[in-house]
Design a protein around this ligand. Structure first.
Ligand SMILES: Cc1cc2nc3c(=O)[nH]c(=O)nc-3n(C[C@H](O)[C@H](O)[C@H](O)COP(=O)(O)OP(=O)(O)OC[C@H]3O[C@@H](n4cnc5c(N)ncnc54)[C@H](O)[C@@H]3O)c2cc1C
Length: 310
């Protein structure tokens, strides 16, 4: 599904379950004298509640109030997306380009994508990690234009249907729960550093806190934090370490050649990058992940000391 269709379906499901949606309204947490989040403040009034769920995406004002900003020592990403018409809109495969280069010919740790949307268009965009040299001056619009040009012929692409829009991809949060509140999805820094995906983490963490709150409101926030940690922290930590590694030009170039050298290795790479390893039947991808995990943990201080980004 294109993203707008998914979002509409989620909103419809919430409405059917009794949720009331108020659009175009800034919502900020209200903290009482003891540091507990007791509700939210909006220009239209204040709501009190036993639990506030911060689902505000990349950390901003609401996260600042709760002390849930991103960890400045950890990497993050930026991504840009738009749509274009293509006769290949109903293909079953996506296209990904792992060899993006910026306008200064620096290899970009990230990728360009074309996702056929099935409605006459494809979602086209690209993302990059903050660990590359010169990240602060990276021009995502130019990167997207260059990728669009590169794919023009093979996908018979039309011009952009809307102005490309860029967002941050948060990959850490200083906190994801506190008295009276939890953070879910991007607000909790739950983006896979290896491929920039975050929709599944947003859905999973939203479902998790709903179940926990329904079964025991008193312990829900703390249990949520523990369970999210058990499910995701190990993999995401490894992903962040990996992103420091591929911030280095030479490692990125050499690593890519190795990672997609044969079809079998490419499959393993995709399984590892997508966090698609089944813990009951880990197979070769599970072994690669386990070794990579240990190696990256051992060299973590070195990775941080020698990071390519300044
Ligand atoms: C270009 C791009 C492409 C991507 N592609 C993929 C992909 O292919 N697959 C994938 O899994 N992930 C992808 N992601 C990541 C994915 O979009 C996010 O992980 C996901 O949207 C997170 O959902 P969320 O609900 O946590 O946050 P968001 O989707 O960011 O939603 C948060 C909402 O809260 C609103 N908000 C913020 N502050 C306030 C406030 N104070 N009051 C009221 N509202 C507020 C924001 O305006 C926003 O509408 C992509 C991201 C980008 C930028």
């Amino acid at each position: 599904w294109p993203r707008r269709q998914l979002d509409t379906a989620l909103m419809d499901a919430a409405s059917e379950a009794g949720a009331e949606t108020i659009y175009d309204t800034e919502v900020l947490p209200v903290i009482d004298g003891e540091g507990r989040c007791v509700g939210v403040e909006t220009p239209n009034g204040r709501w009190t509640s036993d639990l506030v769920v911060l689902a505000a995406g990349a950390q901003g004002k609401a996260a600042r109030i709760l002390g849930a900003e991103r960890d400045l020592n950890e990497p993050y990403g930026l991504a840009i997306r738009t749509y274009a018409e293509t006769p290949r809109h109903d293909e079953t495969h996506i296209e990904a380009c792992l060899t993006l280069r910026d306008e200064n010919n620096v290899a970009v740790p990230g990728y360009g994508w074309l996702f056929p949307a099935g409605d006459g268009t494809a979602n086209i965009g690209c993302g990059a990690l903050s660990t590359m040299k010169g990240f602060k001056s990276l021009n995502l619009n130019k990167l997207c234009d260059a990728y669009h040009k590169q794919m023009l012929e093979s996908w018979d692409l039309g011009p952009y249907l809307e102005r490309p829009r860029a967002w941050r991809l948060p990959m850490s949060a200083q906190k994801r729960h506190g008295p009276g509140w939890v953070a879910v999805g991007d607000a909790a820094g739950l983006i896979n550093p290896m491929n920039g995906e975050g929709i599944d983490y947003g859905l999973e963490t939203g479902m998790l806190i709903a179940d926990l709150f329904n079964s025991d409101p008193g312990t829900a926030a703390a249990t949520y934090d523990r369970k999210v940690g058990e499910r995701f922290d190990g993999f995401l930590r490894t992903g962040r370490r990996f992103s420091f590694l591929i911030g280095h030009q030479a490692i990125l170039r050499g690593g890519l050649r190795l990672a997609v050298g044969t079809e079998t290795i490419a499959r393993i790479t995709l399984q590892v990058m997508g966090n698609l390893i089944d813990s009951d039947t880990p197979g070769a991808a599970g072994r690669v992940m386990s070794i990579g995990d240990k190696l990256l943990a051992a060299v973590d201080p070195l990775l941080r000391r020698t990071r390519a980004a300044t």
